[in-house]
Design a protein around this ligand. Structure first.
Ligand code: ADP
Length: 323
């Protein structure tokens, strides 16, 4: 192993920079040449590949986003596109690739590593935490903390006006951000894609709450909940409970930005270090995860989107603690 490259791909997540930094500095420590690739697979196809030094990653551990930029790349779905990308890597004699991204990016890396002789290592970077083979993903902890900060602020104004707020957090396929932020902010209800919620039950509870003068209610909805997101939940509540002062707030992209939390910086640093370590050890085509605080390898083709069962006990906790 002499020359490795690193890229960020797919949806961005806070902590990706800390991971890039760890890959670059660990590579340099082991006397490897480290290249950065701009804009994910698109940059691989367009030969946007440049050598990185230790100072290229100075002053980025605390920054959100990704200095390598990210993109989606249609051509990489096709063999011809991947071949072009391979030829560009070969021009720089790259013999190892670290891909920081989500399950889509790992699918691409898996195909690429099967077709060509460049080993790939994946690092899970996504705020959604829905990847098999790791207890958490780079970006989740920061995103959930951003959501908590925002919801706390909403609670202040909800309390001042006795309002009901329906708040939408990110999570198209997975409800971890909703579950964690909802429990942490004392939400009365949490709606997730993993579990069907009867809006009727919520309405009945709201009416009961009103009878006992519990007027401040927070309902946290993951964007992928099948009722149709916060806008739809809010619409139904307004229609059925016109006497309540109901507002809808969609947190949106603020959840993807900002300085990564301590947990995400450490996760990214450990994973970036482990990625280079794996390449040096000859461990190829795996995703690096951390399971029970230990580095865990998952073959790239098994590093898929994983909708884990959410233990029903969580919902009991939500109900009891918010009652
Ligand atoms: P994420 O990595 O966040 O899940 P995407 O699903 O958009 O994001 O994947 C990022 C990129 O990875 C895509 O734009 C594409 O270039 C590549 N990719 C995704 N799936 C495949 C696939 N099945 N085959 C080849 N490349 C893929």
């Amino acid at each position: 192993l002499n020359n490795i490259a690193v890229l960020t791909s797919g949806g961005d997540a806070p902590g990706m920079n800390a991971a890039v930094r760890a890959v670059v500095r660990t590579g340099i420590y082991h006397q490897l040449n480290v290249y950065g690739i701009m804009y994910g697979y698109r940059g691989m196809l367009k030969n946007e590949i440049f050598p990185m030094e230790s100072k290229s990653v100075a002053n980025i551990i605390q920054r959100g986003g990704t200095i390598l930029k990210t993109a989606r790349c249609k051509e990489f779905y096709e063999y011809e596109g991947r071949k072009k990308a391979y030829e560009n890597l070969k021009k720089h004699n790259i013999d190892g690739l670290v891909v920081i991204g989500g399950d889509g990016s790992f699918n691409g890396a898996q195909k690429f590593s099967q077709e060509f002789d460049i080993p790939c290592i994946g690092l899970p970077g996504t705020i959604d935490k829905d990847i098999a083979g790791t207890d958490s993903t780079i970006g989740f902890d920061t995103a959930v903390n951003t959501a908590i900060e925002a919801i706390d602020k909403i609670r202040d104004t909800a309390d001042a006006h006795d309002r009901l707020f329906v708040i939408e957090v990110m999570g198209r396929d997975a409800g971890y951000i909703a579950l964690h932020s909802g429990i942490s902010t004392g939400a009365e209800h949490i709606l997730l894609p993993e579990r069907k919620t009867e809006v009727n039950d919520i309405i009945e509870e709201l009416q009961a709450n009103e009878r006992r003068r519990k007027l401040v209610n927070l309902i946290v909805v993951a964007e992928g909940d099948e009722t149709g997101g916060a806008a739809e939940v809010g619409r139904i509540i307004k229609e059925r409970c016109p006497q309540l002062d109901t507002r809808v707030c969609i947190l949106g992209h603020i959840q993807r930005g900002g300085a990564p939390s301590c947990t995400d910086r450490i996760l990214a640093s450990r994973m970036g270090y482990a990625a280079v370590d794996a390449l040096l050890e000859g461990i190829h085509n795996v995703m690096i995860g951390i399971v029970n605080d230990k580095i865990h390898y998952t073959p790239l083709d098994k590093a898929v989107k994983a909708k884990q069962e959410i233990d029903p006990e969580w919902f009991k906790i939500v109900k009891i603690l918010a009652s």
